[in-house]
Design a protein around this ligand. Structure first.
Ligand SMILES: Nc1ncnc2c1ncn2[C@@H]1O[C@H](COP(=O)(O)OP(=O)(O)O)[C@@H](O)[C@H]1O
Ligand SMILES: [Mg+2]
Length: 251
């Protein structure tokens, strides 16, 4: 890979489950400081794609590079590379037995072997960036709201100082009144130059945050481009229908 500005590159990625093709040759790249949003109906393989990128799922074929290092190379140190990829799930996935602060510190301490004192500073900074005030640091996940939980989950990703953050429908599990605060944080990070790949159905947010939209269907990226262009002039019938359905749902 020659372009040093490319953080993530995915080439012709394929994945089937029980002979059902889910990813049918996905190719994309995300450049440094850029935010791309993947749109598409449910069941088209968006989560599978993100899981393959984060090495939670092994693709059948195709290649993935992170900062020029091939993740799909059988000899790659997967645990080491995974540290460089932040992942924010729909369902927060916080450790319920750990406080907010410890949830954010645990990655730097356990995985990166950073001393507690330094990990505390990293966690404090990450929590500040997602606007989680100090009164919440010693609370447990069960004691905070869904929006706060998801912001803590984002802080946890940030604390690992990742090269890219992958978000898989980060607001889908939230009460509508809490969606805004999470999207705001993602947008702030994105504006500050965090390289991001986001799966979401929040079309207005996608328009605001994305440098580029990618539309996934039938296991492939069927259309991609600058947000205004893609929305105002979609070429594929399926993309037109998707936008129409989202607008009718009023999202
Ligand atoms: N672990 C799995 N085993 C079998 N089938 C799966 C698995 N994960 C996903 N699938 C199937 O792959 C398809 C795509 O799923 P997914 O990637 O979750 O789509 P999306 O995130 O776009 O809704 C679905 O038909 C789903 O049932
Ligand atoms: Mg999904």
């Amino acid at each position: 890979m020659s372009n040093g500005n490319v953080i993530l590159k995915v080439e012709n990625l394929k994945k089937s489950y029980n002979n059902k093709v889910v990813l049918d040759g996905v190719t994309l790249q995300v450049e440094k400081g850029i935010t791309k949003v993947i749109l598409g109906p449910s069941g088209v393989g968006k989560s599978t794609l993100l899981k393959c990128i984060n090495l939670l799922t092994t693709p059948d074929s195709g290649k993935i590079w992170l900062e020029g290092i091939e993740l799909t190379d059988p000899d790659v140190d997967i645990n080491k590379m995974r540290q460089r990829i932040g992942f924010v799930f729909q369902e927060f996935n916080l450790f319920n037995h750990l406080t907010v602060l410890k949830n954010v510190m645990i990655g730097p301490v356990k995985v990166k072997k950073i001393p507690e004192e330094e990990a505390y500073k990293i966690a404090a900074k990450a929590l500040e960036r997602v606007h989680i005030s100090k009164e919440l640091w010693n609370k447990y996940p069960a004691q905070i709201s869904g929006g706060e939980k998801q912001r803590v989950a984002i802080a946890r990703a940030l604390a690992m100082q990742p090269s890219i953050i992958l978000y898989d429908e980060p607001t889908s599990a939230l009460d509508p009144s809490l969606v805004g605060e999470v999207l705001q944080v993602i947008k702030e990070l994105s504006d500050a130059g965090m390289t991001s790949l986001i799966v979401t159905h929040e079309l207005h947010f996608a328009l605001e945050v994305a440098n580029e939209l990618l539309f996934m269907y039938g296991g492939k990226i069927v259309e991609q481009g600058p947000p205004e262009e893609l929305i105002s002039n979609p070429k594929h019938e399926i993309v037109k229908k998707y936008f129409a359905s989202i607008y009718t749902r009023g999202r």
